[in-house]
Write a protein that binds this ligand. Structure first.
Ligand SMILES: Cc1cc2nc3c(=O)[nH]c(=O)nc-3n(C[C@H](O)[C@H](O)[C@H](O)COP(=O)(O)O)c2cc1C
Length: 184
């Protein structure tokens, strides 16, 4: 195992080397701006508050999708299952044709805001954009949750050390007993 010694000379590559150790869930953020649908794969997503229900996502504002989210003021955040790796690659422009309509893959529905929601996602959060904070290259977007769909029991798609992976967790093959998890 390679160990990095302490180093205060921080550049982007060193930062990325550190962040590669942070395993994250993989999501697709999607929006509809008039007739245009747009979306990107994103791991910089987390819960913000439960009361009121809010999440946050960090989106590069030089990408296509940010402009559409900023104009439409809505977005969905779709938490992907392991089986949706191909979809994650398409929405990250890592496979397929960059100009293809990524939404022809998967089943996309509309709930409240009009943003496309992936029906088979582990969870799909339909959000109105409440706040945006732009700094450097990215925007922190706070989403006000308008609706949620949940498909329980599938393995999550994770991104770790620059590769897609999943859990080998103890819970994977067990039925969940929610009484053990009072925060649910
Ligand atoms: C695993 C993974 C996680 C990513 N996370 C983010 C993210 O949190 N925010 C972001 O802006 N881009 C992220 N990206 C990059 C975007 O998916 C990619 O640049 C995409 O093509 C942008 O699409 P757009 O031009 O429609 O905005 C990620 C890519 C991968 C593969």
């Amino acid at each position: 195992m390679k160990k990095f010694l302490r180093n205060t000379n921080i550049d982007a590559d060193r930062f990325r080397a550190g962040m590669a150790q942070l395993t994250g869930a993989v999501n697709i953020i999607a929006t509809r701006n008039g007739k245009i649908k747009s979306g990107l794969t994103a791991s910089a997503v987390c819960s913000f508050s439960a009361e009121p229900p809010r999440l946050l996502a960090c989106v590069n504002f030089n990408g296509n999708s940010f402009q559409h989210i900023a104009q439409s003021r809505c977005m969905s955040v779709n938490v992907l299952a392991q089986s949706q790796e191909e979809l994650a690659k398409r929405f990250a422009d890592m496979s397929g044709d960059k100009n293809e309509d990524h939404f022809k893959y998967g089943k996309w529905i509309e709930l409240v805001t009009g943003a496309p929601v992936l029906e088979e996602a582990l969870a799909g959060f339909d959000c109105a954009v409440e706040e945006m904070l732009v700094a450097h290259t990215h925007a922190v977007i706070i989403g006000e949750i308008k609706d949620v769909i949940v498909n329980d029991g599938l393995r999550p798609l994770l991104y770790s050390r620059r590769a897609f992976t999943t859990t080998m967790g103890h819970y994977d093959d067990l039925p969940l007993d929610y009484s053990m998890y009072p925060w649910y």
